[in-house]
Design a protein around this ligand. Sequence first.
Ligand SMILES: *[C@@H]1O[C@H](CO)[C@@H](O)[C@H](O)[C@H]1NC(C)=O
Ligand SMILES: *[C@@H]1O[C@H](CO)[C@@H](O)[C@H](O)[C@H]1NC(C)=O
Ligand SMILES: *[C@@H]1O[C@H](CO)[C@@H](O)[C@H](O)[C@H]1NC(C)=O
Ligand SMILES: *[C@@H]1O[C@H](CO)[C@@H](O)[C@H](O)[C@H]1NC(C)=O
Length: 394
Amino acid sequence: MRLTGLAALLPAVSIAAAASVGDRRSLARAASPTAVTGFVTTSGQNFQLNGEVFTVVGANSYWVGLSGLSTTEMNQAFADIAAVGATSVRTWGFNDVTTPSGDYYQLWTNGTPTINYGSTGLENFDNVVAAAKENGLRLIVALTNNWADYGGMDVYVSQLTGTDYHDYFYTDPAIIAAYKNYVSAFVGRYVDEPGILAWELSNEPRCAGTTGTTSGNCTAVTVTNWIAEMSAYIKSIDANHLVAVGDEGFYAIAGNSDYPYGGGEGIGINFTANLEIPTIDFGTAHLYPISWGETTDPIEWGVQWIENHAASQKAQNKPVIVEEFGMTTNMTATYEAWYPAIINSGLTGDLIWQAGSYLSSGPTPNDGYTVYPNNTVYGMEATYAAQLKARNAA
Ligand SMILES: *[C@@H]1O[C@H](CO)[C@@H](O)[C@H](O)[C@H]1NC(C)=O
Ligand SMILES: *[C@@H]1O[C@H](CO)[C@@H](O)[C@H](O)[C@H]1NC(C)=O
Ligand SMILES: *[C@@H]1O[C@H](CO)[C@@H](O)[C@H](O)[C@H]1NC(C)=O
Ligand SMILES: *[C@@H]1O[C@H](CO)[C@@H](O)[C@H](O)[C@H]1NC(C)=O
């Protein structure tokens, strides 16, 4: 997800029928955390844990380590996610700043990065991992961002090349070295940590970033080569954890003018080629028909997108998850179509964008997609998580 000022201004989603207090109590009772031990692996199109199928289902919470939350609040946020039967949460393992502020993991000064190991840095992420595990959850952690939110690739580019050619992130030798240095510190800290489910190279990598400026030389091959190099690098320092891209799942089908399928200017993602890389363990897709301009029948467009990715999963015999999806309107009707499409197509797993909680410090961020525990969609998450697990157990 690209966070925009506009999204932040969207009104809170109002949903008519909230789960009753009784429903919420029974959801909370249903969630008795199981101990988080062992590492999740893959076998064909499934995830596995200790020899059994592991269902990747849950939500995104980019903010849990980046909002100054106390450990008690982190715990509450994860408890709200776990109560619907979630097993997995996707979050941000990056925040690149040029002035220290709040929780951040890397500070840049005149082209020199310094990793923040302290209580506002990696020690804070230790707390995130511990709170997730307290609630029986594992984390999928993205290591940088295509977009300018929380710094991301553009900070490396401006600090190390003095340009705003976003795609230099994938090719400039000094940037490659700096990203590896960050990854080495972050990933290296958690090699033996079962609370990590997977590493992701970046949230939504594309040739172009927030400003849209590129060198003009970036193609899908550029990004695929970077993915191959960086995923192999992570495997070289951490043999325990799965590695994925964190991309939106765009195809590069020649002649297709619909950009999620055809790619083109500024995209640079070939889902099929990236999933072929041996050091990429599973495929990821995102699903935002409205922000992608697919407005004619967004619900059905999403069903098709899910089915196409399930077909890619079968063709390549690797798991594929739709790890971000959302609509800000008509949420109930949309998810009543998309969740069954996931289950019936055989797609391996799903993570909704995004989790929400009412914490003692106030509500967590609402970008219009947020599902708080008293929303109807929250109850749907429980229903369909149970169905996905039942499908996998059958
Ligand atoms: C694009 O690639 C060409 C050929 O390698 C190179 O000469 C040119 O400098 C590159 N452009 C930028 C902006 O890096
Ligand atoms: C995308 O990847 C597939 C599989 O490797 C390949 O056949 C196809 O030519 C690629 N498309 C583009 C536009 O590079
Ligand atoms: C909501 O989804 C339903 C089911 O597809 C559709 O009939 C209806 O037009 C949609 N409403 C809006 C406001 O998009
Ligand atoms: C959900 O709870 C919050 C906080 O108590 C409240 O402000 C909001 O109106 C509630 N929403 C619904 C749909 O009940």
